[in-house]
Design a protein around this ligand. Structure first.
Ligand code: NAP
Length: 389
């Protein structure tokens, strides 16, 4: 019997919804497997209705029945910060901890050291930078995440935020909601995306999905990544490769950011780099908040170097109520929702269940889900992150 501690974001303030009456839609459409051939999460079973809220405390990622039927204990909480938090208390004898990037239960070195029984830390989503991976390695704790589960969700959100910024949707919607019709004011900062140079920083799963979704808009696409994409892919999307992010940002009107948070990418979007961008550039960063220096972004918006900034990731999370990005001019921020649409929740909940089934049944967890295993980086972790952490 194992003790599973699951940290999820709080329920809706108006109460947990009943399915389907309280939902906008009755079901989710079927979607194909991922473009690289990876299959969708495929657990032996699920005990939830796809399209229902799973990512908050009462949703429990649909795991309670499965875990309790198999004799395990499940503790679910959103109380994750500070010495007196439920998470801090419960982690000491947890065998499994499941957390989310959206409401990160930071698994610091101290917490990992306290969690003497911990065997596996699962990220229900993508991005395990809230886990101290060096310590996880030292302690032989497995870290796994549901690779690809919400990549397309984030890519859609990115495209939306690019359009929201370039067309200046937020102001236009406000004028409409306020009962106005002042068109000249509404279009003062509104442009077409067509013809613009768009730079993709890191062309991994999300970055490539953004490339593929933006190409039909008639933009000129540029990118930087540690490794070049295959020539036929570059040709298909008329992609211009730049050797560094420094070169990339000089040549674009819109920059989208899709790199993991590592030592190399922390604070990358700083005054120096922003100062080399074209006047009136836009940045959309759904990767990690700490890739940008918060105050440098504010300064660049004030000076006009940036015409807009959007994204849905912050540092820390949740962001304090007075975080400057909430109120800075020309922002279109969201609160880390891009990867946790109801559609995404169905995928990462199923992927979490798949990882748990593998763990309990002694089957191998798919390499694409593995970040750290047996004291070393493994699978996806070994490929894309190990050298940098
Ligand atoms: P991915 O497939 O692993 O792609 C990451 C890409 O970044 C890889 O192509 C990697 O190159 C490249 N890269 C790493 N360090 C770089 C550097 N210093 N310079 C240039 N390129 C670099 O990951 P993904 O699924 O696209 O996700 C990307 C990030 O988005 C995640 O790490 C996570 O932080 C964030 N994310 C956010 C949300 C959300 O809800 N907002 C959801 C999912 C993910 P190589 O593979 O060649 O090493």
């Amino acid at each position: 019997m194992a003790k599973v501690v699951l940290v999820l974001y709080p329920d809706p303030v108006k109460g947990f919804p009943n399915f389907p009456d309280d939902y906008a839609r009755d079901s989710l459409p079927a979607v194909p497997d991922y473009p690289n051939g990876q299959t969708l999460p495929n657990p032996k079973g699920i005990d939830f209705t796809p399209g229902a809220l799973l990512g908050s405390v009462t949703g429990e990622l649909g795991l309670r029945k499965y875990l309790e039927d198999n004799g395990h204990e499940l503790v679910v909480t959103s109380d994750k910060d500070g010495e007196d938090s439920v998470f801090e208390r419960e982690l000491v004898d947890a065998d499994i901890i499941i957390s989310q990037p959206f409401w990160p239960a930071y698994l610091t070195a101290e917490r990992l050291a306290k969690a003497k029984n911990l065997k596996i830390a699962v990220t229900a989503g993508i991005g395990s930078d809230h886990v101290d991976l060096t310590m996880a390695n030292d302690l032989g704790i497995t870290v796994a995440e549901v690779t690809y589960s919400n990549s397309h969700s984030v890519a859609e959100h990115t495209v939306m935020q690019v359009l929201v910024l370039v067309r200046d949707f937020v102001l236009q919607h406000k004028i409409s909601a306020d009962g106005g019709w002042n068109i000249a004011d509404a279009v003062e900062r509104s442009y077409d995306l067509e013809g613009m140079d768009v730079g993709i920083f890191a062309a991994g799963r999300i970055g490539r999905a953004v490339i593929e979704r933006l190409a039909p808009f008639g933009v000129k696409l540029h990118y930087n990544d540690r490794f070049r994409l295959p020539a036929e892919y570059e040709q298909k999307y008329h992609l211009q490769f730049h050797e560094s992010i420094n070169e990339l940002v000089k040549h674009v009107d819109v920059l989208t950011v899709h790199a993991p948070l590592t030592d190399e990418t922390t604070g990358l979007l700083n005054d120096d780099l922003l100062g080399t961008m074209r006047r009136g550039s836009y940045i959309v960063n759904p990767a990690r908040g700490a890739i940008a220096e918060a105050d440098a972004i504010v300064r660049a918006l004030e000076s006009g170097r940036l015409a807009g900034y959007a994204g849905d990731v912050w540092a820390p999370q949740p962001a304090p109520a007075d975080h400057p990005w909430r109120t800075m001019a020309h922002n279109a921020m969201t609160t880390h929702t891009s990867g946790t649409s109801l559609s995404a929740q169905a995928k990462y909940a199923a992927g979490t269940r798949e990882i748990l089934e593998c763990f309990f049944e002694g089957r191998e967890i798919r390499p694409e889900y593995l970040i750290v295993q047996g004291g070393d980086y493994a699978g996806t972790g070994a490929h894309s992150s190990a050298e940098q952490r």
